[in-house]
Design a binder for this molecule. Structure first.
Ligand SMILES: [Cu+2]
Length: 160
């Protein structure tokens, strides 16, 4: 009986070690990606009444604004598309996206970057990114949002 318990403890210790090793590996990996790809962890920066998104405040006028050497974009992710429909940025300048939804949950992924945001009605998501390569980037909804989900696409253009 006593012998059996020792065997179990050895396995438990191995699993605890494995768990800690995985956590350490993830911290190192996330830290490395943050340093090399930019910190694009999306954060919720405030609440908003989803019924007023289309009529009041910054999101009622979806746009890209140039602020000094940087850009600020106010984006509506709705069923089934994104506003503004056209976004242009100059390469090498920091872009801060503010995104919200007037209806249901959506996603905001920019292909070939590590921008991947969950857009929740009632919340304002913020994510910053500096595009280094000029080109056209597809925007994709990664949260199932209804019948038109598969065609919920947009794009943004990064100019040289
Ligand atoms: Cu969607």
């Amino acid at each position: 009986m006593e012998h059996q318990e020792h065997v179990i403890e050895r396995y438990e210790r191995a699993w605890i070690f494995f768990g800690l090793a995985m956590i350490t590996a993830f911290i190192i990996l996330v830290g490395y990606l943050m340093l090399t790809m930019g910190n694009t962890n999306p954060v919720s920066v405030g609440r908003i009444d989803p019924t007023k998104v289309r009529t009041e405040g910054d999101f009622a006028n979806p746009r890209v604004e140039q602020v000094g050497n940087e850009y600020v974009a106010y984006i509506q992710a709705f069923s089934f598309g994104y506003l503004p429909t056209e976004m242009r940025f100059k390469a090498g300048r920091r872009v801060t996206f503010y995104i919200t939804s007037p209806d249901v949950q959506h996603g905001f992924q920019v292909e070939n970057t590590n921008i991947n945001v969950q857009v929740i009605p009632g919340e304002i998501a913020k994510v910053s990114y500096t595009f280094t390569r000029p080109g056209t980037y597809r925007i994709i909804c990664n949260e199932y949002c209804g019948i038109g989900h598969a065609s919920m696409l947009s794009q943004l253009i990064v100019e040289p």
